[in-house]
Design a protein around this ligand. Structure first.
Ligand SMILES: CC(=O)SCCNC(=O)CCNC(=O)[C@H](O)C(C)(C)COP(=O)(O)OP(=O)(O)OC[C@H]1O[C@@H](n2cnc3c(N)ncnc32)[C@H](O)[C@@H]1OP(=O)(O)O
Length: 205
């Protein structure tokens, strides 16, 4: 694979994405860009990123902004999507049904299972070992921590964070910009955005 990936965000998440990009053979090289840091390995900020793409220095980009800043993750995507080609990394150990759709800018970590008719909208991240069952949709710029399990016919709104081990039963809808704590079990629709924890899930903030 002779393609170069640019990652916007050189922090821990960006480093993880770079690791999969290279070691799972999706790209031959990675360049980092960051608006907040200017360390040695960083080529520049968002303006430089656009300039370098226009000058063919790299092929595709992915955003390395993590779960504490999902709104910023979505805003950056919307700003850049018409200017730069976005890539997509699905780790080779994950299984994706042929009928599933995974849009641009998404990262699917190792050992995920994505079943029939699932839609993962742009710019979302599925960490290790997530299971998304048939006919469920994850909207844009979501972050699923390791081992999230979502049953069939669920819809997760945009910019949601689902903590490690979240379990969501079938036919559940979750409103945009909701955070779900580690180990939470969601058994009813969530219609008010906020932070939910426990079994069954309850609003805490
Ligand atoms: C690869 C990776 O590492 S990806 C990242 C993986 N990390 C995670 O999944 C972490 C998910 N985060 C959490 O679960 C956090 O506790 C959050 C986001 C739900 C809440 O964090 P905060 O807003 O800081 O809440 P805070 O710690 O003040 O807790 C508030 C109350 O909720 C309780 N609480 C917090 N999280 C949980 C939880 N997951 N389950 C049950 N109760 C919880 C606390 O005990 C506390 O209760 P109290 O008021 O009776 O003392």
């Amino acid at each position: 694979m002779n393609k170069i990936l640019a990652i916007l965000g050189a922090g821990e998440l960006g480093q993880q994405i770079a690791n999969f990009a290279i070691n799972d053979n999706h790209y031959s090289d990675v360049y980092f860009y960051d608006d907040l840091n200017d360390g040695k390995q960083i080529k520049g900020n968002t303006i430089q990123l656009i300039f370098d793409f226009e000058n063919n220095l790299f092929d595709e980009m992915i955003i390395g902004i993590g779960y504490n800043h999902l709104k910023a993750r979505e805003e950056k995507f919307n700003f850049l999507q018409k200017k730069i080609k976005f890539g997509r990394i699905i780790h080779s150990t994950s299984w994706v049904d042929k009928s599933a759709t995974i849009e641009e800018g998404c990262i699917v970590y190792p050992k995920c299972v994505i079943d029939k008719n699932v839609i993962i909208k742009h710019n979302s991240i599925l960490n290790l070992n997530c299971t998304i069952s048939h006919d469920s949709t994850i909207a844009s710029s979501c972050f699923l921590a390791p081992s999230v399990s979502i049953a069939g016919f669920c819809t997760i709104g945009s910019e949601c964070f689902l903590g490690i081990g979240t379990t969501i039963i079938d036919n559940i809808n979750i409103v945009d910009q909701t955070a779900i704590g580690a180990g939470t079990v969601v058994v009813k629709n969530i219609i008010k955005k906020g932070i939910y924890v426990g079994n069954p899930a309850k609003l805490i903030k």
